[in-house]
Design a protein around this ligand. Sequence first.
Ligand code: NDP
Length: 321
Amino acid sequence: MQYRRLGRSGLKVSELSFGSWVTYGRQMNNDAARECMTAAYEAGVNFFDNAEVYARGDSERIMGEVLKEVGWRRASYVVSTKFFWGLHDNVNEKNTLNRKYLMQAIEGSLTRLQLEYVDLVFCHRPDPETPIEETVWAMHDIVRSGRALYWGTSEWSADEIRSAYEIAERHHLHKPVMEQPQYHLLHRDRVEREYAPLYADFGLGTTTWSPLASGLLTGKYNDGVPEGSRATLKGMEWLRSSILDPKGIEKARRLKGVADGLGVPLSQLAIAWCLKNPHVSTVILGASRTSQLHENLGALKVVPQLTADVMAAIDRATADE
Ligand code: NDP
C-alpha cells in the first residue's frame, strides 16, 4: 500500500480506503464489518469513511463498536463523517449546513463513533439556503475545537469550493482541504475537468467514491441482476435504473474485454484506473463481503499494467458511440 498526501495538507491517506455506505447496518453486522475493517487495516488501509446519514446513524455505531473492540492505536487510522441530510425530520435538523445543525451533528457522530475526534469531516452536499460564509465559520469552529482535524466538501461545484476557500483565506480560518466526489470510468468530468483549476490553485485533495459504479464495473450485471446485489436492495430503487442503464452495461461488457486481455478481474482494472489519476488522494472502496474487499485490494498490483496503450483501449471502451 502506498500513501498519498491529502491535497496540500500534511495528512497521508492510503491510496485505497474503505467506506460503509449501504453495507454497514444493512448487508453487514458488527462481525462482518470487523472482518472487513481488519482485512483492510492489515493490507495497509488507514482511512475508513462514514457519514451521519448512513443507516441512519447505525453505520457510525457499528464502526465505533468495531474500533473499540479491535483496539488499534487512534493515531494509526483516519476516520471521517459527513453532514447534511440529518437524522431527524425537523426544521434545522435536515438538508442543511447551518451552524445550529452542524454543531449538534458533530456531537452526535462522536458519541456514536465513541471517538474524541474524527480526522475528516465533510459537508455532504452544498446547501443553497445557508450562506457559505456561515458554513465555513462553523466548520472552522469544529476544527478549532479539536472535534475534527480537517474539513472538506462532497459533491460541491468548483465555484462553491472556491468560494469557501476564499472566505476561509480572507478571515484566516481553517480552509477546506478535500472534496469527496463520485469518480469512476463512467463518471469522470467533474474530477478531471471542473476541479482542474482547484488542484492548481489550492492543492485540493480528493477522496473519491463508487469506483465500481455500485458494482456495475465488476461486470456482475452484464448478464442479468444477481440476487442480493445492490440493485435488488429495498430502498435502493432510485439507484437501480442507473446501475442497469443499458449504455453502462454495454460499456462494462467492452471493458471486460480489456480486463480479460490483461488477465485481471474488471473490478481491479476499474479501481486501478482511478488510482492512475494523480489528483485522486484515495479511492474509497465498498464491499458487502470480505471476498470482494480482498479482490478489490488486488487492484494495487494492476496499476503498473495500465500502460498508455491500455489506457487508450479503456477510453475507447467507455466512449459514447
Ligand atoms: P463501489 O462502486 O465500489 O460499490 C461497492 C459495491 O459493489 C459493494 O457493496 C458490492 O455490492 C459491489 N462489489 C464491490 N466489489 C465487488 C466485487 N469484487 N465483486 C462483485 N461485487 C462487488 O463503491 P460504493 O458505492 O460502495 O462507494 C464506496 C464508498 O464511497 C462508500 O462506502 C462511502 O464511504 C463512499 N460514498 C460517498 C458518497 C458521497 O456522497 N460522499 C456517495 C457514495 C459512496 P453488492 O455485493 O451489494 O452488489
